[in-house]
Design a protein around this ligand. Structure first.
Ligand code: UN1
Length: 496
């Protein structure tokens, strides 16, 4: 009998008020039931907000370096449990072990960065325009942070949001994706083991339309950070706009890798295999378009189809597996729909285009790596996010055309250029309309200590990771101290 999990609210593990649960199954073997997780509702969220408000009052008074020390201990615990966390994560989410180890590592990197930020959180001191007057800014916590995270990075993405939020002094309500609640549960256990005061973190499991919606619309939650689809992000944006909430959105992508005729083609091939089919294409940063210079198009496509056809699909826990299953049946059906759309649009299916079934695939949500050639820039498979192992290949005549194609989609997360020409490399950095551009490296692989995010419909101007995220989770306060003993009127009594 699989375990029944609870929410963590007000320092206690509690059952959901709804009495209902969501089943969590291994996507590589759906007979493997990992657990039953709360399908929480409004009432659970309201309880969590009340508890978090009390937690905030205490945590904001804790010195920031001491808050950072808790995160240092969380990082140490993640190091100690890295392998077990990775194994559990692959069972729950499907991606291969090397990747889930990387996912935990990204969490560790984020923990140590956030821990040290507790000793920075810099403000500014600024000269005043008046005599004997001191001017400075410093950073204050905001309140209760509602964090809504996706399935594809079950550990890393929650840490990107939670650790900066905590070191800045906010209390957190965490709603992990209903597809990866076990990793969310483990993360909260580690925070508590590291000594985080229990009322500072609330874990509310559940679905987006219910628990997520209740969190976004609750007046006691001052800020929301969401990673997920652009459609859901728009709805959250409307609600937060009406309620004047601070909001960070990290949404879809349609990332392209460009390969020029002078590129190192071996390197470019390794790059696209990893970028397109790593994580079974389920990254916001996944390479879903390949833009090939016409001079190398046929040659490169042939090599790519041969190599992608040899990728070993299977259970991510088997050491030889290179591509795992999709997260659930609905994801697989979405991929199937797009494969039909691509064929209907006249693109040429050069690889895959079908489920992997029977034998070891019988009980999992497997789909074969798929490549379409002859794709043109306006096709839906060239512009819409599929979030699966489907790559659309486009042919261009020049670098300028490649830039136009790259920029001609509504999204703007990452891009990659393979070339040996230093001029083109610098032009790409300037002209590709994305939040992140890689030169001679794939579209995936952002590092935790640099800002992460995209332009256009990928985001709303904020960044996760690096130094910028600390701005999002804190409010600037400015203080002036006049020690002249007389009234000095700014803009009027200056320069006497
Ligand atoms: C995501 O897919 O939402 O750059 C995050 C990368 C990873 C993070 C991806 N470090 O691909």
């Amino acid at each position: 009998m699989a375990k029944t999990f609870k929410n963590f609210i007000g320092g206690k593990w509690v059952a959901p008020s709804t009495g209902s649960y969501v089943q969590n199954r291994n996507p590589a073997d759906t007979n493997d039931l990992i657990g039953r997780f709360p399908d929480s509702g409004k009432k659970d969220v309201a309880e969590a907000v009340k508890a978090a408000a009390a937690g905030f009052a205490r945590w904001r008074a804790t010195p920031a370096p001491a808050r950072g020390d808790v995160l240092k201990r969380v990082g140490d615990l993640m190091v100690a449990h890295k392998e077990a966390l990775a194994q559990e994560m692959t069972r729950e989410m499907g991606k291969v072990l090397a990747e889930t180890r990387g996912d935990v590592q990204e969490g560790i990197d984020t923990a140590y960065y956030a821990a040290s930020e507790g000793r920075r959180l810099f403000g500014h001191t600024v000269p005043s325009e008046l005599h004997r007057k001191f001017a400075m800014s410093y950073r204050r916590p905001i309140g209760v942070a509602g964090l809504i995270t996706p399935f594809n990075f079950p550990m890393a993405i929650p840490t990107w949001k939670m650790f900066p939020a905590l070191v800045c002094g906010n209390a957190v309500i965490f709603k992990p994706s209903e597809d990866v609640p076990a990793t969310g549960h483990r993360l909260v256990e580690l925070l508590l083991e590291a000594g985080l005061p229990p009322e500072v973190i609330q874990l509310v499991h559940g679905r987006g339309e219910t628990a997520g919606q209740a969190l976004v619309s609750h007046a006691g939650v001052s800020l929301i950070s969401f990673t997920g689809s652009t459609a859901t992000g728009s709805k959250i944006g409307e609600m937060c706009g009406r309620m004047h909430k601070r909001l960070s959105l990290e949404m879809g992508g349609k990332n392209a890798q460009i390969v020029m005729d002078d590129a190192d083609l071996d390197l470019a091939l390794d790059g696209v295999l990893w970028g397109a089919f790593g994580t079974t294409g389920q990254r916001c940063t996944a390479t879903s378009r390949l833009i090939l210079h016409q001079k190398i198009h046929d040659r490169f496509l042939q090599r790519l189809a041969d190599a992608a056809g040899k990728l070993r699909l299977g259970d991510g826990r088997q050491p030889r597996t290179e591509v795992g299953p999709l997260i659930h049946e609905a994801a697989r059906e979405k991929v199937e729909r797009y494969v039909e759309i691509g064929q209907g649009e006249g693109a040429e299916l050069v690889l895959g285009g079908k489920r992997a079934t029977g034998g070891k695939y019988a009980d999992g949500w497997f789909y074969r790596p798929t490549i379409f050639a002859g794709v043109t820039p306006k096709m839906r498979i060239a512009t819409e996010e599929i979030f699966g192992p489907v790559l659309s290949v486009l042919r261009v005549r020049s670098f300028d055309e490649a830039v136009r194609v790259n920029n001609g989609v509504p999204y703007g997360l990452s891009s990659a250029l393979y070339t040996r020409d230093v001029h083109l490399a610098f032009r790409a950095m300037e002209e590709l309309d994305n939040g992140i551009t890689y030169v001679n490296a794939p579209t995936i692989g952002a590092e935790a200590h640099l800002p992460f995010g995209g332009v256009k419909q990928t985001g709303n101007g904020h960044r996760e990771g690096g130094w910028e995220v600390y701005e999002f989770y804190s409010e600037t306060k400015v203080c002036y101290v006049d020690y002249s003993g007389v009234l000095q009127r700014a803009q009027i009594d200056n320069y006497d």
